[in-house]
Design a protein around this ligand. Structure first.
Ligand SMILES: [Zn+2]
Length: 131
């Protein structure tokens, strides 16, 4: 059985908010949640949510998954890699696997070209910037 390939679409204002938050948190790592909905194989991202009890450190960041309200509409996470490596770590893949279908990783210089999306399995997701 062939699985349908997911893609992502993020609105430009939301991407810019994520980039600004990551830039402001640098050299610590920023983490937040992405709000949106999945429809017809496309994960549409339309908002940045600040994660509850988030902690930002140079080499890792975290938030309390116990405090996520139900019905939040979160489709994934966004976090930064201040070292500029736009690939998920082993820990990232564990987080992605339990936190929704689309995950954004950002690195310096925090421009639109230094953003990458990954799926639940940690594999790259093609994405479009809208608006
Ligand atoms: Zn990471």
């Amino acid at each position: 059985m062939k699985r349908r390939l997911l893609t992502a679409a993020i609105d430009s204002a939301t991407l810019d908010s994520c980039l600004m938050a990551a830039r402001n948190t640098h050299p610590d790592e920023f983490i937040g949640l992405l709000r949106g909905e999945e429809r017809n194989g496309v994960v549409g991202v339309s908002g940045l949510l600040l994660a509850p009890f988030a902690e930002f450190h140079p080499d890792h960041s975290s938030f309390s998954e116990w405090h996520l309200p139900a019905g939040l509409g979160a489709v994934g996470t966004v976090h930064s890699h201040p070292n500029g490596v736009l690939l998920p770590s082993r820990q990232d893949k564990l987080l992605f696997g339990r936190s929704g279908p689309a995950h954004l990783i950002l690195g310096p210089p925090y421009a639109r070209s230094s953003a990458a999306f990954f799926g639940r399995d940690g594999k790259p997701l093609e994405f479009a910037i809208e608006g």
